[in-house]
Design a protein around this ligand. Sequence first.
Ligand code: CAA
Length: 402
Amino acid sequence: MASPTSTQSQSSATAYRLSREHDELRALVRQLADERIAPRAAEIDAKAEFPWDLKQLLAEHDLLGTGFEERHGGTALDGIGQAIVVEEVARADATTSLIPVIQKLGALPIMLAGSEEQKDRYFPRLASGEWLPAFALTEAGAGSDVASVRMRARRDGEDYVLSGTKRFITHGSVANVLTVFALTDPEAGGRKGMSGFIVETDTSGFSVARLEHKMGIRGSPTAELTFDDVRVPAANRLGEEGDGFKIAMSTLDRSRLAIASQAVGIAQGATDAALAYAAERRQFGERIVDFQAIQFMLADMASQTEAARQLTYAACARVDDDDPNLAYWTSAAKLIAGDTAMRATTDAVQIFGGYGYITEYPVERMMRDAKITQLYEGTQQIQRLVIARRLLARAGIESRGR
Ligand code: CAA
């Protein structure tokens, strides 16, 4: 038997190292998050209201333009810098961390496939936080199976006319501009016949049909959007007709890192809260932090969170390098970080005992918030599919398995 092919990633070992600037950035965002964001988190969750004040706060501190170039008013942080911002905000409040996450996600299709004119038109307002974007791909019947999108974009002279419905669109109701994916060639199907468009939400025919009532990230509006013959100029098409599926996939290959960062932040927040509580809480005449049962749980939470963080940073470096294998890394980071967030928040509730189950303490909110990181931007099963396909391809094994 021939020796087996190594399943290790074949891409050159991209080095990453945290710099003094990264440490300073983390300290700055952590202070802002501790002082201004954490105290608002319970109220945002209870009222399920978008935190416009915190959007403003992040914009004023240049934390919404981290993924944009300086010529567009952004701060052009590297991938790890962008991850640190999301992580530190998520440590305080997952809902608020979605603001920088979606600022990048909504703009990524334009970053990857937009013309210079499109970038100049939209990026300054997105980098400053004046405008909010959203990424409108998912439909009621097209979640994991992106290719089954049904929304239509019919060419009409110098315009396209969009009709259909999008569902589960994060920030869909507060966005000023959307990157939308629709079929320009229904016969060719979603994989070959889909195209991407930039749609401003004040365009006639666009409306928000409803908002979802959710388990977690409750201050982040998740909207159903209706497009009733929405007319957009052909100049708003992203790339060529038929490029849509690949633009959407390339976007997700990169944006999944932001969800990994969010998950690391949630896990860290839960670990920190559980440690602080365990050091205060007394039972059987002792602090519960002195019990080995609690120490072992904290040790698992801290080490797994650190492992997820380091994998996320390694993936950031691959994205910065445009590594051909970056999707393997970003899906692996999202998979490990999402599961870590769920496990760490569940353990945090356990350490808090009955107090963990009530809204007086933050860990029940963190546990509800953590769940979404295993679902959106591709379920954990989709991440495994992306990873496995690349693993098999590297080993030269053909498979059409789903
Ligand atoms: N980059 C570029 N091209 C890609 C690609 C990628 N990552 N993945 C696939 N393609 C290409 C393939 O090469 C193929 O091209 P050819 O026909 O030229 O060979 C074509 O696209 C079709 O590929 P597949 O047959 O592999 O596609 P598939 O239908 O099996 O789907 C999938 C692949 C990975 C399952 C994909 O559907 C997927 O990622 N699903 C999950 C969707 C998802 O993550 N949704 C999240 C919504 S956004 C969100 O959640 C945001 C939020 O709220 C915060």
